[in-house]
Design a protein around this ligand. Structure first.
Ligand code: GSH
Length: 228
């Protein structure tokens, strides 16, 4: 039976890029359905009724959501080419652990530092540094989080390689500097230069415009709470 693979995503979603990368690494042909999140399509709501978020993968009519779970599904379904998770059960569990840590801790802490200013931002940067130090340790002795080539954890953390430099440009706040995080800086460079990754990054200018606009309401809210 011919495979039918569809990916519901947006042009910018870092979670959806994980799926794009995994399918491309595995050589799986797929159709892209671009969503506009300001007006979600009935298809998105039908396929992901619980969260109504992208990405959604639809494989032969079966839909699934949550990018890290989709990555696992892709790895188990298209086993022959380019395994994403390590074979060893302990290493698999560790890769899942750090991927979850990235979504539960690293991303929210970086978002807090991105959407604050002044004293609030000085406080927000502390957990960012602690979280990044843990990731730095995970890279010790390795080129990529998954070893010599990119794998599950690199795809899960791919947003870090793309978003942080944009957040730094917008805020003027340095989060990942070479002196404190030499291994992360090297990883960002190496990961971003993998041809498949380079080809799929969303346009930087468009991303900068989008994130500047996303940040503004947070700053406006903070301004409104200031004593007059
Ligand atoms: N935990 C989800 C997060 C997905 C997510 O937050 N997607 C955003 C786009 S980057 C979205 O669809 N947002 C729409 C909304 O929040 O209503 C995953 O890993 O797939």
């Amino acid at each position: 039976m011919a495979e039918e693979v569809k990916v519901l995503r947006t042009w910018s979603s870092p979670f959806a890029l994980r799926i794009v990368w995994a399918l491309k690494l595995k050589g799986v042909e797929y159709e892209t359905i671009l969503e506009d999140l300001s007006s979600k399509s009935p298809l998105l709501v039908q396929y992901n009724p619980v969260y109504k978020k992208v990405p959604v993968l639809v494989h032969n009519g079966k839909a699934m959501a949550e990018s890290l779970l989709i990555l696992e599904y892709i790895d188990e379904t298209w086993k022959q080419k380019y395994p994403l998770l390590p074979e060893d059960p302990y290493e698999r569990a560790r890769a899942r652990f750090w991927a979850k840590f990235s979504d539960d801790k690293v991303l929210p802490s970086i978002w807090d530092a991105f959407t604050t200013q002044g004293k609030e931002q000085e406080e927000a940067i502390m957990p960012v540094m602690e979280n990044l130090k843990l990731l730095e340790e995970e890279l010790r002795g390795k080129k990529f989080f998954s070893g010599e080539t990119i794998g599950f954890l690199d795809l899960a953390l791919g947003w870090l390689a793309n978003l942080v430099s944009m957040f730094e440009e917008i805020t003027g706040l340095k989060m990942i500097d070479e002196e404190t995080f030499p291994l992360l800086v090297a990883w960002i460079h190496d990961f971003s230069h993998v041809p498949l990754i380079q080809e799929t990054w969303p346009p930087r200018d468009r991303m900068l415009t989008k994130f500047r606009a996303m940040r503004e309401p947070y700053l406006a809210a903070a301004r409104n709470h200031l004593p007059k």
